[in-house]
Design a protein around this ligand. Structure first.
Ligand code: FAD
Length: 395
């Protein structure tokens, strides 16, 4: 049993990564900041283990620690289509994991009601009245909720579309100026597609430093040498850089899936982050969605608290069936290779205002705007995808 911490809390956050710490950040800004909160993670959360990128019109709650931001992005697509795109009302932002943890953890530690525990979580159990978290340092009870960001589904149910976004990135430094700091690359499809969706993005930190990341959407991971070779080849052949050193490496696998998630396995346990199905199925982005969903979760909790009514929890906030249907169709088209993904993205960015494509990918557009935008891609593969999704009774 842990000797220094009480064992009962109002809220326990299981997993203090992006979603767990963001949730604590919003709780700490709300009237619920006086509730007792325990955040449990096996790591100390100091390493730069993620680089989060996202686009938005607004000022971010994390604006002070945004590492780089840009008003335009390069797109390199099929058939020699290349455009530096002004993204107008949007700003593309990069937040480094290291900066996020160093900002948020000391801030939360200033609140005497928030405790941290470094421990391995072994199990989360819920009853109708409370929930408990079993760790290698003892058992902790939540009278309010356990917010679980560690129980990620295996995404293997038949009939659903399960793809993976897998990637490896190197932060490289060059002796000579090699990058334009104001001109990052969002998508570069000028690499062998191998009958999959493969692209590289380049996020410059300065004229001599950039994150170069090779990304694949597919249902199979590659061996380590394949990621390394793709990066080496891109740096040499496309960026034309021979002399560089790798200063940091990041890699990861993000589920891209339309499989419904169990968001609340028992009344006092709520899954958040990737575990809560916050990842946008067709793009793998989740930072910005997580911020939206978690702000909504905290406002629902605060409302329930002030009105003294139980929170009516309705799933993962991603209840827009139309947007979910579009995600499934796009996944179906990619998985069944009905149309090459590099061509889909090329058509989208070639024929539309780039900011409208970002708006669409961010689920901020209306149905009519979506229909207009979809007219820029050949309809047959998408009609076949839609038929397949509907006949599988996913909707
Ligand atoms: C390298 C990488 C880069 C990404 N880049 C982007 C991006 O640019 N934009 C974007 O929108 N999305 C991005 N994503 C996707 C997504 O935003 C991240 O995966 C995000 O971190 C998910 O947040 P989370 O809280 O669900 O998971 P995490 O941030 O991984 O947090 C989970 C936490 O739980 C802890 N944990 C897990 N199991 C246990 C256990 N048994 N006991 C104790 N602790 C445990 C982990 O240590 C971790 O801190 C990226 C993902 C990766 C992997």
């Amino acid at each position: 049993m842990n000797q220094t911490l009480p064992n009962t809390y109002q809220y326990i956050i299981a997993g203090g990564g992006m979603a767990g710490l963001s949730l604590a950040f919003y709780l700490n800004k709300s009237l619920l900041k006086n509730e007792s909160i325990l955040i449990i993670d096996r790591d100390v959360k100091q390493a730069n283990d993620h680089t989060w990128c996202f686009w938005e019109k607004e000022v971010s709650p994390f604006e002070d620690i945004i590492y780089r931001k840009w008003n335009g992005l390069w797109f390199y697509g099929k058939e020699d289509f290349a455009r530096f795109m002004d993204i107008e009302e949007y700003t593309y932002k990069m937040l480094r994991g290291e900066d996020f943890y160093q900002y948020i953890i000391p801030l939360l530690k200033q609140n005497p009601n928030i405790s941290f525990l470094q421990a391995d979580i072994e199990k989360i159990n819920g009853t109708t009245t409370s929930a408990e978290v079993l760790t290698n340092k003892g058992t902790f009870i939540a009278n309010g909720f356990v917010f679980d960001s560690i129980t990620v589904s295996s995404f293997n149910k038949p009939n659903y579309h399960n793809m993976l976004q897998h990637f490896k990135g190197w932060i490289i430094e060059t002796a000579q100026p090699s990058f334009e700091p104001q001109k990052p690359t969002l998508f570069d499809f000028r690499i062998a597609q191998q009958n999959e969706c493969r692209f590289v993005y380049v996020l410059p930190h300065s004229t001599t430093k950039a994150l170069v990341e090779f990304t694949v959407f597919s249902d199979n991971l590659l061996d380590e040498a394949s990621y390394n070779n793709a990066l080496k080849q891109y740096i040499q052949e496309v960026l034309k850089i021979d002399d560089y050193r790798i200063t940091e490496i990041e890699s990861g696998v993000i589920p891209m899936s339309d499989e419904p998630q169990v968001i609340s396995p028992s009344p006092k346990v709520i899954r958040i982050g990737t575990a809560g199905g916050y990842v946008k199925a067709s793009t793998g982005y989740s930072f910005q969605r997580s911020q939206r969903f978690l702000q909504k979760l905290v406002s629902d909790l605060a409302l329930a608290h002030t009105t003294n009514k139980p929170i009516v929890f309705q799933g993962n906030f991603n209840t827009n069936r139309w947007k979910a249907l579009l995600d499934s169709i796009l996944l179906n088209v990619m998985l069944h290779k009905r149309m090459p993904a590099d061509m889909i993205f090329t058509k989208l960015f070639q024929s539309n205002r780039p900011a409208d494509v970002l708006k669409f990918l961010d689920e901020d557009s209306t149905i009519w705007q979506d229909i207009l935008l979809m007219q820029s891609v050949p309809t047959l593969p998408f009609i076949m995808g839609a038929k397949s999704v509907v006949s599988a009774k996913l909707y």
